[in-house]
Design a protein around this ligand. Sequence first.
Ligand code: GTP
Ligand code: MG
Length: 218
Amino acid sequence: MIEIMPTAEDQAAARERGRLLFAQPCEFVAGAAQLDRLPEMGLPEIAFAGRSNVGKSSLVNALTGRKTLARTSQTPGRTQQLNFFDLAEALCLVDLPGYGYAKASKTAIASWTNLVNTYLKGRANLIRVFILIDARHGTKDVDRTVMEMLDIAAVTYQAVLTKCDKTTDVELEKRCAEVEAEFRGHVAAYPAIISTSANTKLGIEDFRATIAELAAPQ
Ligand code: GTP
Ligand code: MG
């Protein structure tokens, strides 16, 4: 495969499209704790998935430039339903409950997992799933299970490293290479890795550009 490198002008234009998209209103539209509560499929959707406490809600807030749009917490298991946000009437952002929250009851874990998996597999307007991975810890088995499920469902997904402010540059480079190699082996994985920090805003502009490209491909 021949990879065409974008020019600096292309990158600047893509970032500008990202900035403009996220400068528009973003509103909470629905929260669903049960499958029969999912909102009707409308706008194209992008979902933020990943282990509990990896930083999904914080990243939604960093992207939209709003501190409390999605609720965050130091305690894993904060997001207990699928939260849908309408961005500029162009795209729906979906903040998912985390996988593998060990302190919840087995029944609660099973019911969240079932809810999230059923949503991920069966949503025709879901155009990409961002699988968030803690830059300090790398890919875990629970992430691999989700990746395999999405491979079978033929839903495209992409890795996003979170909390990159907690790693050294050397560690981050190593982690990026590991995650890239792992994702390359999966049919539905999109190859590029996005490195972010909701705290320092590292990578947020580029992430917005990626999302703007999904909302309106150039
Ligand atoms: P659940 O909803 O429980 O699955 O968690 P989540 O994935 O939505 O994580 P959340 O955004 O609530 O963040 C969890 C914790 O990680 C909070 O204490 C955040 O402040 C912290 N956190 C999130 N992003 C970053 C980051 O980029 N850097 C650092 N240092 N901490 C972060
Ligand atoms: Mg959350």
